[in-house]
Design a protein around this ligand. Structure first.
Ligand SMILES: N[C@@H](CCC(=O)N[C@@H](CS)C(=O)NCC(=O)O)C(=O)O
Length: 155
């Protein structure tokens, strides 16, 4: 059973986990705002009712499901969901194992940095392999935390 002080604000690994998890979750949530920005500035709506409320007299909008800018942000958002959800879950379990503070900070910081970089590379269509490397960095961090969990959680 985990030491009960592990989930305490006196534990620097736990506070770092709170900080970096919240940071990447907010980053992920910001994708919704970027999507909304593109929809509103380009009049690109996916639903009939959205089109009706945005239509002007003489200019009836039709649903659009394939706008390149909107779809790019949505793919970025989906990629965040695939990776950030796993980080938060595995990261919490990893924190419960009582890892070394410097190692934990290294994991959390590399992950956050990679995900911010991934978003930048994706939204600004920076040539590959930049985005692939940013994805891989974050992915390796999550796998590394999982390996550390298995090291102490074997039965
Ligand atoms: N679900 C991802 C799995 C692989 C992945 O995450 N690749 C990274 C690096 S190339 C990525 O940014 N994929 C683009 C995406 O998910 O839209 C995909 O379909 O590509």
């Amino acid at each position: 059973m985990a030491d009960k002080t592990v989930l305490s604000l006196d534990n620097p690994v736990f506070t770092a986990f709170l900080f970096y998890s919240t940071l990447v979750i907010l980053k992920m949530m910001s994708m919704s705002l970027f999507t909304a920005f593109h929809r509103m500035t380009k009049n690109v709506f996916a639903n009939e009712e959205d089109c009706r409320s945005a239509s002007k007299p003489g200019k009836k909008l039709q649903p659009v499901l394939n706008n390149a800018d909107v779809e790019r942000v949505r793919r970025c958002h989906l990629n965040d969901l695939e990776n950030i959800t796993a980080f938060v879950l595995i990261g919490l379990l990893y924190t419960l194992t009582g890892p070394d503070v410097q190692m934990a900070l290294l994991h959390f910081r590399i992950f956050a940095g990679c995900r911010i970089a991934h978003t930048f590379f994706y939204l600004f269509a920076i040539p590959q392999p930049t985005r692939a490397l940013a994805f891989l960095g974050g992915f390796i961090v999550t796998i590394s935390m999982a390996v550390n969990i298995f090291k102490v959680a074997t039965f």
